[in-house]
Design a protein around this ligand. Structure first.
Ligand code: NAP
Length: 495
C-alpha cells in the first residue's frame, strides 16, 4: 500500500539514529531494525540497533550530564520542559500521524495520547520550582532536623509499545524536573515517537546527555549490563509483569531503586442500581480505548444478574457498530493489534472461552486481509474457568460474567494476582465506598471508565507493580531524602 505524502513526510522527519550525548549516531557496527505499520504489515522505517557498547556510551553521557544538570536552576529546567510542551502542542497532528503509523490506534486516539503525554511535561515543569524539604526542631529541643530532597541520579527508562509517548513522558517529565538524567529505551515496535520526542527536547534547549535514547532488537542483552552498572541510580519500567520480575531480579545486584508499572486484569463492576447508560459509556472507554491494548483496560465485566442481559445487549450493539480499520482512515474506532503474536493470543483466549461455554454476542474472529485486525468482541455467560478472566487479554474483547451479591462481586474482582485498577458503577455512594475500600487495586474509576491524569498517582499493587507516576508522588520517585541532624538553635527551656 503506497504511503501518502503526509505519511512519508512525518516518517522521514524522524531521525532514526541513536541519540547519545546530544549527538545522533549510527549503532556501532551499523546494525538496524525495521519498524512496521501493524495495519499493513509493511516496513515504514529502519532505526538503529544499539549494541552493548552503545548502551554504555548512553549511560556514560547521562552520568556526565548529571554532574551539571542537577545544579541547573529549577526555573531553567522548568522552562525547557515548558518549551517542549509548547512544541509538542504545535506538532500534535504530525506526532499523532506518526504514532498511528507505528502503533495502529486511530489518529484521534493518538491525539488523545499526545495531549495526555504532553501534560506530564507541563505538570512537572510547574513542579520543578516547588521541590522542598523540611526544617524542624527535634523532640528534645536541643537540635534541629533538616530534611533535603535531592535528585537521585542517572536513570534507566524502559517503555512499552502501547502508549509510545506517554509511557516515556510520565518518567522523563518528573526526572528532568528534579535534575535527573536518563537513558530511555522504547519498545522495538514503536521507537519513532520517542525519537521524535528526543528531537523536540533538543530543540527546546535540553543540554546534551540529559536524555539519551537507544533503540534495539535485543533489549535484554543491552539493558542488563546497564541495570548492573553502579552509575545507574534508578530504573523505571513499564511493561509486562513477566519482564518486570526479571528486571527486579537484575536490579537486586546493586540494590537499585526501581519503579514497576506492570500488567493488569481490571475488573469492571456494575451493581443493580447503576446508571446503565453511564456504565455502557464507561465500559466503551475502559475496554475499547487503545483497542483494549492498555494496562488499564477493563479485562472482565462483573455485572449484577438482574441487569446483566440489558448491559450485555447494549454493549454488544455499541461495540458491534465500531468501525475497524487503519487508524488513518476517517471514522475508524478500532485499529489493528500490534502484531500477529498479540492477535493470536487474543484469538486463543476467545476460542478457549467459547469452547468452555461463553456466548459470542458480537465479533469473535480475526478480520481477513492485511494487518493484525481482530473484530471487536463481546462474550456473554463467560464461565469462571475461562482463561481470559485470569489473563490480561490486551485486545478488543469484553467478557461478561454475573454476580448476585456485593461480597461475591468483591471476591471475584480481587481473585487475581494483579492489582492495577478497578471500575465501580453504582449510584449508591455508601455501597461504592464499602466496595472501593475492599478492592485490591492501586486505582479505582468510580462511575467513570478512565483514570489517567497527569496530576494523579498512577500505579498498582500486588503484581501490577510498585511506585507511582503522575502527581506529587511521581516526583518523589526521582528524589532522594537526606536528613541532617544539626546541633544548632536556642537550647530548650527547662520547666
Ligand atoms: P514487555 O514485553 O514487558 O516490554 C516492555 C519493554 O521492556 C519493551 O521496551 C521491551 O523491549 C523491554 N524488554 C523486554 N524484555 C526485556 C528484558 N529482558 N530486559 C530489558 N527490557 C526488556 O511489554 P509490552 O508487550 O511491550 O507491553 C505490554 C505490557 O505493558 C502489558 O502487560 C501492559 O499491561 C503493560 N503496561 C503497563 C502499564 C502500567 O502503567 N502499569 C502501562 C502500559 C503497559 P522490546 O520491545 O525490545 O521487547
Amino acid at each position: 500500500m503506497a504511503a501518502t505524502a503526509d505519511e512519508t513526510r512525518v516518517v522521514e522527519g524522524v531521525k532514526t539514529q541513536l541519540f547519545i550525548g546530544g549527538e545522533w549516531r549510527d549503532a556501532t557496527g551499523g546494525g538496524t531494525l525495521d519498524v512496521e505499520d501493524p495495519a499493513t504489515g509493511e516496513t515504514i522505517a529502519t532505526v538503529a540497533d544499539a549494541t552493548v557498547d552503545d548502551a554504555k556510551s548512553a549511560l556514560a553521557a547521562a552520568d556526565e550530564a548529571f554532574k551539571t544538570w542537577r545544579h541547573v536552576a529549577p526555573r531553567e529546567r522548568a522552562d525547557i520542559l515548558r518549551r517542549a510542551y509548547d512544541l509538542i502542542n504545535e506538532r500534535t497532528d504530525e506526532l499523532a500521524l506518526l504514532m498511528t503509523l507505528e502503533m495502529g490506534k486511530p489518529v484521534s486516539e493518538s491525539k488523545g495520547e499526545i495531549a495526555y503525554a504532553n501534560n506530564f511535561l507541563r505538570w512537572y515543569s510547574e513542579e520543578a520550582v516547588r521541590i522542598n524539604g523540611r526544617f524542624t526542631t527535634n523532640e528534645a529541643g536541643n537540635g534541629r532536623v533538616l530534611t533535603m530532597r535531592q535528585p537521585i541520579g542517572p536513570c534507566l527508562f524502559i517503555t512499552p509499545w502501547n502508549f509510545p509517548l506517554a509511557m516515556g513522558t510520565r518518567k522523563i517529565g518528573p526526572a528532568l524536573a528534579t535534575g535527573c538524567t536518563c537513558v530511555v529505551k522504547p519498545a522495538k515496535q514503536t521507537p519513532l515517537s520517542m525519537l521524535a520526542l528526543a528531537q523536540i527536547l533538543e530543540e527546546a534547549g535540553l543540554p546534551a546527555g540529559v536524555v539519551n535514547v537507544i533503540t534495539a532488537k535485543s533489549s535484554g542483552s543491552i539493558m542488563q549490563p546497564l541495570i548492573e552498572d553502579e552509575r545507574v541510580r534508578k530504573m523505571s519500567f513499564t511493561g509486562s509483569t513477566e519482564v518486570g520480575k526479571k528486571l527486579i531480579a537484575q536490579s537486586a545486584e546493586q540494590v537499585l531503586k526501581v519503579s514497576m508499572e506492570l500488567g493488569g486484569n481490571a475488573p469492571f463492576l456494575i451493581f443493580e442500581d447503576a446508571d446503565l447508560d453511564a456504565a455502557v459509556e464507561g465500559a466503551l472507554l475502559a475496554k475499547m480505548r487503545n483497542g483494549g491494548e492498555a494496562c488499564t483496560s477493563a479485562n472482565r465485566f462483573h455485572v449484577h444478574e438482574s441487569v446483566a442481559e440489558a448491559f450485555a445487549d447494549r454493549l454488544a450493539a455499541r461495540i458491534g457498530d465500531m468501525k475497524v480499520g487503519r487508524g488513518t482512515e476517517d471514522g475508524v474506532a478500532v485499529g489493528p493489534l500490534i502484531d500477529e503474536a498479540q492477535r493470536s493470543k487474543v484469538a486463543e483466549l476467545v476460542d478457549d472461552a467459547v469452547g468452555k461455554g461463553a456466548k459470542v454476542l458480537t465479533g469473535g474472529e480475526r478480520v481477513d486481509g492485511a494487518g493484525y485486525f481482530y473484530a471487536p468482541t463481546v462474550l456473554g455467560n463467560v464461565p469462571a474457568n475461562a482463561d481470559l478472566l485470569s489473563e490480561e487479554i490486551f485486545g478488543p474483547v469484553a467478557p461478561i460474567t454475573t454476580f448476585s451479591s456485593d461480597d461475591e462481586a468483591i471476591a471475584a474482582a480481587n481473585n487475581t494476582e494483579y492489582g492495577l485498577v478497578s471500575y465501580v458503577f453504582t449510584q449508591d455512594v455508601d455501597r461504592a465506598f464499602r466496595v472501593i475500600e475492599r478492592l485490591e487495586t492501586g486505582m479505582i474509576g468510580f462511575n467513570q471508565g478512565i483514570v489517567s491524569n497527569a496530576g494523579a498517582p498512577f500505579g498498582g499493587v500486588k503484581q501490577s507493580g510498585f511506585g507511582r507516576e503522575g502527581g506529587p508522588e511521581g516526583l518523589d520517585e526521582y528524589l532522594e531524602t537526606k536528613y541532617v541532624a544539626m546541633n544548632v538553635g536556642v537550647p530548650p527551656t527547662k520547666l
